[in-house]
Design a protein around this ligand. Structure first.
Ligand code: KG4
Ligand code: ZN
Length: 349
């Protein structure tokens, strides 16, 4: 089954063709993120206008040598995300469905991240030999989400949302801390991570591990970001015995360790409680080297799955993969397909 997938939930415009949920034939991603480095965050109206401009060329490029005659269904992100951005993708999918007489499969963006771990072949290259087996525990860590879910089976009605963040998402904490440390104004997660790798000395400040031992699956990262700000202020007021580069890199390393400790502890708790056959870690932050390393060291005996690095951020390939597993939702009733920014793991559809 070949699915043409469309993703426009934030500042990416993406289209992909995915076969049977595991083989990515094409995946085109066009981002307007560079427009937001000055504002330090997405301007929704600007993002949606860019998506309107990019969507048809991106679909054309993803189709390449294929035509709609080769496509069985259209999968499209319906939420969560920015309403204007979602509208562009959903209305494009509806128009294509009407013209080419193909059903639409509505995809919750977070389910898309989760199923990015099922991709076995990316553009002709084998990225993993097997797919995850149920029951599984899924941790989605991105710019907007930090969610732990238990999935006894692929049946949506069986999924149990275990918990998420009370305030900032992990990626948001990475981005805000990178900004405080003067590393990047927007999407500084990667920069912070690269800076942490340069650390040569111990961090002068120990950062908190929020809710590490709480008896639930809640996360909280806003206090961690505030602790980074306090440490930076203390350093700025100090006599600066430590070189600025050393301070920043060592604090970046301490930040990554604090985040990894918390993510690992909560996932470990879920693994002990639910004994899953597979553990999935996906979303933009799952590209982080330190987090991957810590999870690999601690879950050697369990099947641990990450998406290929090129599919950690927002992309349509993961929507196409999810679309295959959600194919029972395929419909020709276009009035039933609407963008819904409020979707979450707690409110799947
Ligand atoms: O999944 P994603 O592309 O978008 C959302 O759905 O939110 O995630 C983007 C987030 C940003 O906060 C970005 O800074 C973070 O993922 N990120 C990273 C890394 N690569 C991307 N955070 C830490 N380390 C990385 N290597
Ligand atoms: Zn995302």
């Amino acid at each position: 089954m070949k699915i043409l997938a469309i993703e426009t939930s934030c500042d990416e415009t993406s289209c992909a063709i995915v076969e049977n949920g595991t083989h990515v034939i094409s995946n085109v991603v066009s981002s307007s993120a560079n427009l937001f480095s000055e504002t330090g965050g997405v301007v929704p109206e600007v993002a949606a206008r860019k998506q309107l401009e990019y969507i048809l060329p991106v679909i054309d490029k993803a189709l390449n040598n294929y035509s709609f005659a080769d496509i069985d269904a259209i999968a499209c992100t319906v939420g969560p995300g920015l309403i204007g951005s979602l509208f562009v993708g959903v209305n494009t999918a509806k128009t294509l469905s009407l013209i080419h007489k193909k059903p639409i499969i509505p995809v919750n963006h977070l389910i898309g991240h989760l199923y990015s771990c099922f991709i076995q072949n990316y553009l002709g290259e084998t990225v993993q030999k097997s797919t995850p087996t149920f029951p599984l525990i899924s941790l989605v860590i991105s710019g907007g989400h930090t969610d732990l879910v238990y999935l006894p089976s692929s049946d949506l009605s069986s999924w149990q949302y275990l918990g998420g963040t009370k305030d900032d998402a992990v990626g948001e904490a990475f981005d805000k801390s990178a900004r405080i440390l003067g590393l990047s104004k927007y999407l500084g997660g990667v920069k912070l991570s690269k800076t942490a790798e340069l650390a040569k000395v111990e961090s002068p400040s120990e950062l908190p591990r929020p809710l590490l031992d709480s008896p639930d699956y809640l996360f909280s990262f806003s206090g961690l970001k505030t602790a980074v700000l306090k440490a930076k202020n203390t350093y700025d007021k100090s006599t600066k015995v430590m070189k600025s580069d050393d301070f920043v890199s060592s604090l970046a390393k301490e930040f990554e360790e604090a985040v990894s400790d918390v993510l690992l502890a909560k996932t470990h708790k879920a693994v002990l409680e639910y004994s899953p056959k597979s553990i999935l870690v996906s979303g933009g932050v799952s590209a982080n080297t330190k987090i991957r390393e810590v999870f690999k060291q601690n879950f050697r005996d369990t099947n641990l799955f990450f998406p290929p690095l090129s599919l950690t951020g927002d992309n349509a390939a993961m929507i196409g993969a999810a679309g295959y597993y959600l194919r029972d939702l395929a419909t020709y009733d276009l009035s039933s397909i609407e963008p819904d920014p409020s979707l979450s793991f707690d409110n799947l559809y």
